[in-house]
Design a protein around this ligand. Sequence first.
Ligand code: CTP
Ligand code: MN
Ligand code: MN
Length: 524
Amino acid sequence: MMVPLKRRKVVSSHTESCDGDEIKFPQVVLFLLERKMGASRRSFLSHLGRKKGFQVEDKFSESVTHIISENNSGSEVRTWLDSQVKGQTPPVHLLDISWFTESMKAGHPVQILDRHKLQEQQITEAEVKVFSVPSYACQRRTSLENHNTVLTDALSLLAENAELSNEEGRGVAFCRAAAVLKSLPEQVTSMKQLKGLPCLGDHSLRVIKDVLENGASSEVESTKQSERYKALKVLTGIFGVGSKTAHRWISEGILNLQQLRDSGQTLNRAQQAGLEHYDNLNQPVTKAEADTIGDIVQRAVVSVLPGARVTLIGGFRRGKQTGHDVDFLITHPEEGREEGLMPKVVSYLEAQGCLLYQKTTRNSYLEAQGGPGRPSSNMDRFERCFSIFKLHKEDKQGAKQGATETVNGDPASCLHTLSQKESCEASDEGSEEEKSSTHRRWRAVRVDLVVSPISQFAFALLGWTGSKLFERELRRWAGHEKSMSLSSHALFDSKQGCYLRATSEEEIFTHLGLEFIPPSERNA
Ligand code: CTP
Ligand code: MN
Ligand code: MN
């Protein structure tokens, strides 16, 4: 086969430098560091070297064997070198200018003596804190204390953009990379610390390097500015609108809420409510508001089924101080008593004027004879209700004291709190002023309710506490490492061909061969 022209050129240049000088010492490839030396002196010395038959590179590459610097310490050069290469640095001599001048005088590379070598403090190597974490997020503890928010924000934005663009694989990859950084005990300051960390692909490493060196990632910044991303974000910010719908609208020239309103698009019930309460639903829900809603839900549930229990799940169970919604899991200690509970709770809440929107789905989960296999959607087979609550603003203080006792507590303590009617109904609705969502006396809040039979409660609790990545990783661990199938209903052991029962989250972790990770450390 003919060697391509380009390649031949490169091959022949091995004996010639770019200045056209002959290379006499092909095993020595020099690079002069401009730092502190200055561009003109560097250029002069490079030229001199080439005249003497040395190969001197203008750009640093992994083929460089000798780095020459002037007035730099060993650790300064090492830091610079680390910023040039990803992962393991290639073996290279870090030399003082004296080695270069002596070699020029001698007309050949002189033997490297100790005095030529830049003194690298031994501690520099040891000082670099290299992190090490297990590769599945469910094997790690990830608290809310994130020491790398700048990096994780950048990666999370790319993850979000990938997901909004229906590139799920890429989205998950960025999400995993962000999760690894979230779990680190300290701030990352150098690429070198990342050596050996799992889930950091080339793309993520490039983004991290960009942020470490320049304070920001160009890819992230341009994504943020892009009209497409901005439109996807605004449109999917409407409750009931997913990325598919948003893409369709964008292709029809709808980029913002006003254009959507003007377009005359047919919206389903969820989307109508989402558009109507857009501002409220995009304003984070506080813990205090979550507690107030917990109190309202608790009172509704025990009114229609005494003895039923309500548990706060989702982000608030993980200790978050704000959320995009509030999630509750409802059960009853006697198996079967929970059946048909959701419609009753919803009717009760509706009669109290608490609901601006609700959509209830019925339980469709049945343990199949051969095991659950991999249901297409693990999460959606309980009796559940997606809703929008009408939360009276004065409740924030009013119901607070009662809230902690009533959620999961004695139903009788509800008697001490405000009546349900007071909690939900806006007293002076209707005046012009009240129409603006910021001035009126209530706000809309997204609330998810799930009902589980007690026999599946531990699985539901684990499956609905999140984070989403933590859940995904638990299922991946179960499948890939244990030949088990985990859902929010059950755990099936494929090797033994049976379901593994559990009455607590701890038992499920034990079945899975994992150390128990408490909810507050599942913020992957
Ligand atoms: N979930 C689910 N099925 C859905 C939506 C969510 O099983 N269709 C689960 C998620 O896996 C997660 C939990 O419900 O474990 C909570 O989801 P969500 O409310 O979306 O997220 P949070 O972690 O609560 O975060 P936020 O505070 O933003 O609400
Ligand atoms: Mn939530
Ligand atoms: Mn939710």
